[in-house]
Structures are given as structure tokens and as C-alpha cells.
Design a protein. Sequence first.
Length: 438
Amino acid sequence: MSTAADPAATETGSRPPAAPSTEKTTTTPAAPAAVRNGAAVLLAVAVAAAAVNLRPVVTSLGALLDPVRDGLGMSATTAGLLAAVPPLCFALLGVCAPGLARRMGPIAVVTAAMAAIAAGVLARSFTGSAVVFLLLTALALAGVALANVLIPVVIKRYFPDRVAPMIGLYSMSLSVGTSLAAATTVPLTNAMGGDWRLGLGVWGLLAVVALLVWLGVLFARREKSGPATATATAAAGPAAAHVKLPILRSRTAWALAAFFGLQSTSAYSAMGWLPKIYHDAGVSESASGVLLALVMAVSVPVSFLLPNLAARRGDQRLYVVVLGLAGIAGFLGLMFAAGTVPWLWAVLVGLSMCAFPLALTMLGLRARTPGGVTQLSAFAQSLGYLISIPGPILMGALYQSTGRWYLPLGLLALLLVPQMLVGLRAARARHIEDEAVR
């Protein structure tokens, strides 16, 4: 049964016996029919469209960073801020998501997030100021931060019996967007005359498409929401969605935040430095880019399958260990023999990065209600992204001080040990609502 139907059922159950039976007949069946048919398909398409747009904001800029710096006269300090802004925005602005969702509803907030991404990506392509470029990038990343937290909430609320396949669709679409931007931004820019502004701006058009889909979802849901549905939602809301949990008391929440932060550390470090690691090992620049694309491509099918497999088990500890061991093998392989069977290390690192869809799956499974998922998602992602900020910077500092990749890669392999340990705690079949009230 869909979540949209549950509030209506709650309302019907709470009515006095004298309530007209015709009202029950006309209002209660309408919600599940809408959600299970066209409305469900539209919302699933919207989730996929949003996910595709959550990483090109960063990866397209990374591919064109040198021409952007030259075109805007950007200092090294400002360029360093660009590298630090994404996880910082994700951490700080993700905290605002639960409050906005309570006031406006998660669908309205995600729609606004798509508008912020589209406006920020398009507008930054036309500015001649490095400072304005940074601010507009922050606007787009604010949209990404809100969507990061609330899309799992939308899935939990509107697809309660299909959380795993919808998380799989979301994760796979996110991987597609990441690999697509990484692989095609430079060729697209070259095809359009080599203008970096066009190469960045084209991703804003993709965000506009996602915005139009979400506007369709928003208006469709408002049209189908009658007075009875609104009353039911209000009646069910305080009990299910608006109860503030003492989430800091939940060990599972802390473990999920640490797991999310450590897997983000590995992912952002690998995405930022892998081509350089391969190139220093004697692999050509073009082949290094292909290997990075392979890392991203590996996660596309796995991101779709893994949430479904993980949700079928009582806990997800097996997957935590398998992905962690794959990462350790991949980073050690890069450490000692990056130029030997380089595709094997890329595949192993790509598998380890699938800890991200696993983390998203656990966010949806470790809370009973959409309200609980909202608070858990905001807490775990915000704290997790804060944890991940020093990782890529520390890797660069270690490489600069030694001129070799042994220490940076050894650090990444070592960090996978605590990732597995906290992941084993986060993957146990628990609900934060139970732990938070103890």
C-alpha cells in the first residue's frame, strides 16, 4: 500500500460512525490509484531525472577547471575553495532540509532544489567574475544538498513498499550522471568550439528538463489533493512526520554518519586523484580518463542491483565487508602496481564506491517513518560530508610532501578498516526510533 493512501485510511478510521459512507468511497480509493499508476510513474521519472543532475555540477567543472581558471583569472586559493565547497555545502545546507520539508513538503523543496541547480549552472556560465562564479556554484550546490537529503525521504514516503528498487533507480541514475559528465564534458566542449562556458552551461539545460518534470509532479499532486486528503495528512503528520527524534542518542545514526563520511572520503579522493595516479604510473592521459570512466561505469549496474539485494537481508553486514575488501585490494593494487592490469584496480575501486548506494539503502531501512528518514538522512549526510572534507586535501598534501602515491593510497586503504567496523554497526537490523527513546 502506498504512503499516500495511509493518511486517508487513518482519517477514515478516526471518523465518527455517522460519517457519510459515500465520502469514504470517493476519497479513499483515489489516492492509491493515483500513486500506483500514472502518478507513480511520473514520480519515478522525476527521481531519476533529479539524480542525473546531482553530480554534473561538480564533475563537469572538474573536467574544465584549467580553462575556467584561465578564463576568469581565478587564483589558486579560489580554485581551492571550489574543491572544498561541494562537501561543505552538502554538510551545512543538508541540515536545513528537514525544516523546509516540514513547512513546504519534500516534493516542493526538491522542485525548488532543481530550480536552484538549473539557475546556478546556467548563470555561472555567463559571469566574468571569479567571485560571482563561486557564489553561483554555491547556489547550484545548495540545490544538490537539499535533494541529497530529501530524495530518500520522497522514496520512503511515496514508495514505502518499493524502497529498495527506487533507491536502486536513484543510485543508478546518479552514477549515470556522474560518469556522463566526466566522460563527455570535454568532448562536448571541443565540439562546440572549445568554449568552456558552453561546456558548463549545457548541463544547466539538463537541469531545466528535471525542473519541468518536478513541476509536473508538484502540480499533479496538488490537483489530486482534495480537502479530505489535506485533512488526513494534517491528522497523520504530527504522529508520523513531525515528531522530532533525539537522534543524537542513536548509535545506529552515529554509525551511519561515520560510514557515510568514510565512504565519501574514498569516493571524492578517488574521483579527484585517480587520473593523476594512473598518469604518474605511466598510463597515458587519455587512457587515465577512460579508467576513471570505468570506475564510474562499474557502479551503474551495481548501484541498481545492490539496494534490492541488500534490502532482502535482515542486515547488510555482508555487503559492508565485501565492498570494503574490494576497496582495500583496489587501493593496494594502485599503490604497488598501478600500471599493471590498471583496469582491475579500476573495477575494484568502482565496486568499493558502491558503498554509497548501500548507505542510501540503510538510510531508508533504519527508520520506520518518512519523518524518521528525513531526520536520519539530514544527520548522517551532513555529518558525513563534514567528515569527508579533509580526505582529498590530505591526499594532496601527502603527495606534495613525498612526490609519491604510497602514503596517500595507503591512507585510503587504511581508512576502509574503520569504514567496515562502523558499517557493521550501521548494517544491523535496527530502527533509530527504538534507540532514540531509550
